[in-house]
Design a protein. Sequence first.
Length: 458
Amino acid sequence: MSDIHSLARSRQIGWAVGSAGSTTILYVLNVILMFYMVTALGLDPILAGSFMLAGRVYDAAVDLLVGQGSDATRSRWGRRRPWMAAGALLSTCGMALLFSGAGRAEAGGQLVLMIALLATFTGYSAFSIPSSAMPAEVTRSPEVRTGMMAWRTFFIQVASLAGGALAPAMIAWGGSSPSAFALMGYAMAAFILVTMGTAVVATAGFPEGDLAARAQRVPLALRVRTALAGFVPLFANRPFLVLLGVKFCGFIGAAALGATGLFFMRDILGRGEAGMAQFALASGIVGTLSVPAWRALARLGSKPTVCASALLLACLTSASWLFAAPDESLVLFLARGALAGFASTGTLLMTLSMLPDAISWGVERSGKRQEGLYAAFFEFFQKAAFAIAPFLVGLILQTSGYRAGAVAMQSDSALAAVRFSMALIPALAQAIGLVLILLFYDLPSRSEDALERAGAVL
């Protein structure tokens, strides 16, 4: 296994740039799409949530196929990069079509909307899963992985400025018109293509672990049995499973906040899309600038402890939305955004840096090169969370009597449902993640693992 110091810094950054594109997809779909379907297309909240749920269920199945496929691929361009290149092109086309207005057509409009959504999801998986598998292949050092993930965290925060701040700002500048949504979609598609394409180019020649361990051409029945057996080491990797739980809770919180955010800004605070852009801008700037601070904290304390601190801050910040009011000062409003960005960067950097540690430990323990499958399983849980949360938000809004449309007066129960979805769902999810990381995460050291295996032999 190679060490990341053998790679030029420019190539490390090039790999991380791709995260800006893939994360922009998540931001746009999570923050904009449901609001777009309910307000611009006039779909009922439960139907909009069902669209997102159906897309995510499909995408979750695709994740596992992509993970195993990239593990087994043999080509002159490597096993990861062909998938990444295809994902960049497919997600770009899907994003451009999704907000183009084609979904408004009376005949087959919803079918076009679903095709565009599935294309975007598939492209995201085809890029992000192989890309996420790379860090566990290029170094054994937890500290080096933390540094590599710091670059990724930085560009994820850049994505919060693109998908979280610029996208709603473009819609606000265009008066929330269909052309404004379309222009936003085209701009985000271009950003996705450039950033993901940069990563594909920059990762040429990246180490890919033990090439002799790649899957050979075997009969389909044997490949299926091997694939099923391949999940056994994953389920035996307790640190990885705990991280899955922590990230699942974090994704639930992020997805609920994203799906509700524009409704909350418009119906509760009266700030509209511009308010969402201001909040995301404050969050993104502080989050981006705080990456070095969180990395320094990780050197002073253990990653799980630092992660727990970030989760606690995120939980308290989410709960503070219960007390937000239209007449609160802009300073207080932006301060909440800054705290959210600072906390999300901490949880993101720590969990991302712990993930390749847990994967590497599991790979070394089992002796099987399954980085792609680990990454796919991780993405599967992310997609599950981003499927469940918007559907849950849609169900809550529908049950409360929330009215679809660009301009609609909402009842007290509907407004209470918006506030509940914005504050309590994320806060509760983050609190559960905090308990998991404090009580159950324990990554054995290499010496402890060696002693355990020696004892098993004796």
